[in-house]
Design a protein around this ligand. Structure first.
Ligand code: SF4
Ligand code: SF4
Ligand code: SF4
Length: 283
């Protein structure tokens, strides 16, 4: 890690916890209120973490709640208002008791302030513990690469997305920093009118970073495109399904077969049906 990186200030951390205790009236309510906090501390599975965050469980073990990532986010040059010369609210927030997120940990709400996918990703190198993993955002040329960010994935609700109704809207598509890569427009004939086309936003799962700029740009009352953690949004077919048309996947199946171990016992000589019917008299 760079020597010039500011280390977390113990006094600041202490101040943070003192504030929590003070606000909760901990001295008065004692254990009862703290139990309430412990419940909140579980947080929501829908939490969006900063770029490069480790898997949730590892992240929670590694993050020391120092707030350096959020500080770097709010103070990045691109966030300083040209009008006032002061920083605007940053993307990353440190969770308070009212948030449905483990207290003191960094998160963001895409519909409020999305991640702007800064090229230099300033929130990550300042993390003193590796809770935000620099290596996961470093490409083959040893450069930080915002394309490697993976904060979540955009999900489109076709029932509320007006582009699926046939109304022309490409707000999310235009807001995407990876336009035509992470989000594409699929042309489809509108059978109802016979002359118009649907222009449906389609997410390319491997490329979308979950930055949330599309969610922020969505014109519907409640965004029809929104970000969710991948573990929540995506299904999992299971290892026993193999894509026969994909040589890599076929190879996976072959390697698995080679690993399969068959246990032989005395009973192995009989078939399963014989063994199960042992001792049963068939008239
Ligand atoms: S990459 Fe996103 S989270 Fe990090 S500093 Fe930039 S806007 Fe903030
Ligand atoms: S993620 Fe890293 S920088 Fe951010 S609060 Fe946790 S330990 Fe500090
Ligand atoms: S979250 Fe939206 S804006 Fe960000 S990369 Fe994915 S599709 Fe593009």
């Amino acid at each position: 890690m760079n020597d010039t990186i500011k280390k977390p200030q113990i006094s600041e951390r202490r101040k943070f916890f003192t504030n929590i205790a003070h606000n909760a009236g901990l001295g008065v309510m004692g254990g009862l209120l703290w139990a309430g906090y412990a419940d909140k501390a579980k947080g929501s599975t829908l939490t969006l973490r900063p770029p490069g965050a480790l898997k949730e469980e590892d992240f929670l073990s590694a993050c020391i709640k120092c707030g350096l990532c959020a500080e770097a986010c709010v103070n990045r040059p691109s966030n300083i208002s040209k009008l006032t010369g002061k920083p605007r609210p940053g993307t990353l927030k440190m969770a308070k008791a009212k948030d449905d997120v483990t207290i003191g940990t960094p998160f963001f709400v895409a519909a409020d302030i999305p991640c702007y996918m800064c090229e230099d990703i300033p929130c990550v190198p300042v993390c003193p513990t590796g809770a935000l993993d620099l290596a996961s955002l470093t490409n083959k040329n040893n450069e930080l690469d915002f394309r490697l960010m993976d904060m979540g994935i955009a999900v489109v609700d076709p029932n509320s997305c007006i582009a699926f109704w046939g109304i022309q809207c490409d707000a999310c598509y235009r807001a995407c920093p990876l336009m035509d890569e992470a989000i594409k427009l699929e042309y489809d004939r509108n059978e109802r009118t016979g002359k118009h086309a649907f222009l449906k936003p389609i997410i390319v799962m491997d490329i979308c970073t979950g930055c949330g700029l599309c969610e922020k740009a969505c014109v519907t009352e409640k965004p029809a495109i929104f970000i969710q953690p991948r573990e929540i949004a995506l299904g999992k077919p299971g290892d026993h399904y193999v894509k026969g048309w994909d040589s890599k996947d076929e190879q996976r199946a072959v390697s698995q077969e080679a690993k399969d171990v068959t246990t032989k016992t005395e009973r192995s000589e009989k078939g399963a049906a014989d063994y199960l019917n042992e001792g049963v008299d068939f008239e």
